[in-house]
Design a binder for this molecule. Structure first.
Ligand code: A2P
Length: 278
C-alpha cells in the first residue's frame, strides 16, 4: 500500500490515499471505515451532507477501541454544507458531535455557492476554527481560481487543499497547474468517475498488461500525478485492493493515454451550481 504523506502549506501532512464515504448509509460508512482502517488506510473523508458522520465515527471508534490505531494516527476530513455557510462554528461543532471526535484533521467548505455570497465569511470563520483547535487544517472543495483568488487576497490564508472532481475523463490540467503555483494540494473526488471509468478500454488494456484491476490502474494514475485520492467502495475486498497499487508503475505514455480519455463531469459544474433556486 502506498501511504505517502503529502506536505500541506500549513506544515501538516495528508495521507495520499483515503476512503471516501459519499453515498453510504451510516451502516455502510461504519463498516467501510472499519474495513479501511483494518486494511491500512489512515485517511477517511466524509461530509455533513452525506448524513453518515455518525456511522463514520462509529467505525473510527471501533478501530481505536480494538487498538488498530490511535486517533493521532488518523486523518479525518469533513465538510461544511451550503446551508450553514453563515454558521461554520455551529456546523463544525455538530459534525464533531456526530463523529464523536474533539477535532478533525481537515475541514472544507464543500462548495463555493457564489450565488449565496457567503463563502468569504465562511473562510474567515474556518480560519478562526483552526486557531481554536477544532480542525488541524482548513481547505475548500469545488473552488475555482476566481473564488480562490478572492479568499486568499482577503485573508492572506491559502487553503491547504482544493478537493475537486477529477478522474481520467476530467483530468483538470489547468486547475492543477493553478493549485501548484499557489501550493494548494489537489484532492480528487469521484476519482473512478463514480465507477464510469472502470470499463474504458484504455484502462482495461492496462489491467491485462499489469494483472491488476481497473480501479488499481486509475488510483495509480492519480498517485503518479501527485494527487490525493479518495476512492469510494462499500466492499471490504475492493477497499483493500484499491489502495494496494505499489506493485506496478504506469509509463509516461500510459499516463498520457489515460489523460486523454474522453469523458467529462459526473457531478455539477461548481461555477454554475448551486443556484439560489436549487
Ligand atoms: P462499490 O461501492 O460497490 O465498490 P468513485 O470513487 O469515483 O465515486 O467511484 C465509486 C464507485 O466505484 C462505486 O460505485 C463503487 O462501487 C465502485 N468501485 C470502487 N472500487 C471498485 C473496484 N475495485 N471494482 C469495481 N468497482 C469499484
Amino acid at each position: 500500500m502506498i501511504k505517502q504523506n503529502i506536505k500541506l502549506n500549513d506544515g501538516n501532512s495528508i495521507p495520499n490515499i483515503g476512503l471516501g464515504v459519499f453515498k453510504m448509509t451510516n451502516e455502510e460508512a461504519e463498516a467501510a471505515t472499519y474495513a479501511a482502517i483494518s486494511a491500512g488506510y489512515r485517511h477517511i473523508d466524509t461530509a455533513a451532507i452525506y448524513q453518515n458522520e455518525e456511522g463514520t465515527g462509529r467505525g473510527i471508534a471501533r478501530a481505536i477501541k480494538e487498538g488498530l490505531v490511535t486517533r493521532e494516527d488518523l486523518f479525518v476530513t469533513t465538510k461544511l454544507w451550503n446551508n450553514q455557510q453563515h454558521e461554520a462554528a455551529v456546523a463544525l461543532d455538530q459534525s464533531l458531535q456526530r463523529l464523536g471526535l474533539d477535532y478533525v484533521d481537515l475541514y472544507l467548505i464543500h462548495w463555493p455557492f457564489a450565488a449565496q455570497g457567503q463563502y468569504l465569511q465562511a473562510w474567515k470563520d474556518l480560519i478562526a476554527l483552526k486557531e481554536a483547535g477544532k480542525t488541524k487544517s482548513i481547505g475548500v472543495s469545488n473552488f475555482y481560481p476566481e473564488v480562490l483568488d478572492e479568499i486568499i487576497a482577503a485573508t492572506g490564508v491559502v487553503p491547504v487543499v482544493n478537493q475537486i472532481e477529477l478522474h481520467p475523463g476530467l483530468p483538470q490540467t489547468e486547475l492543477r497547474a493553478y493549485h501548484e503555483q499557489k501550493q494548494i494540494v489537489t484532492e480528487s473526488w469521484s476519482p473512478l468517475g463514480q465507477g464510469q471509468m472502470l470499463d474504458n478500454t484504455v484502462i482495461t488494456d492496462l489491467c491485462t498488461k499489469y494483472g491488476v484491476t481497473a480501479a488499481q490502474v486509475i488510483v495509480r494514475w492519480h498517485l503518479q500525478h501527485g494527487l490525493v485520492v479518495i476512492p469510494k467502495s462499500v466492499n471490504a475486498a475492493r477497499i483493500s485492493s484499491n489502495a494496494y497499487v505499489d506493485g506496478f508503475a504506469l509509463t509516461d505514455a500510459e499516463m498520457e493515454a489515460i489523460d486523454e480519455i474522453a469523458g467529462g463531469r459526473v457531478g455539477p459544474d461548481p461555477q454554475a451550481w448551486p443556484t439560489l433556486e436549487d
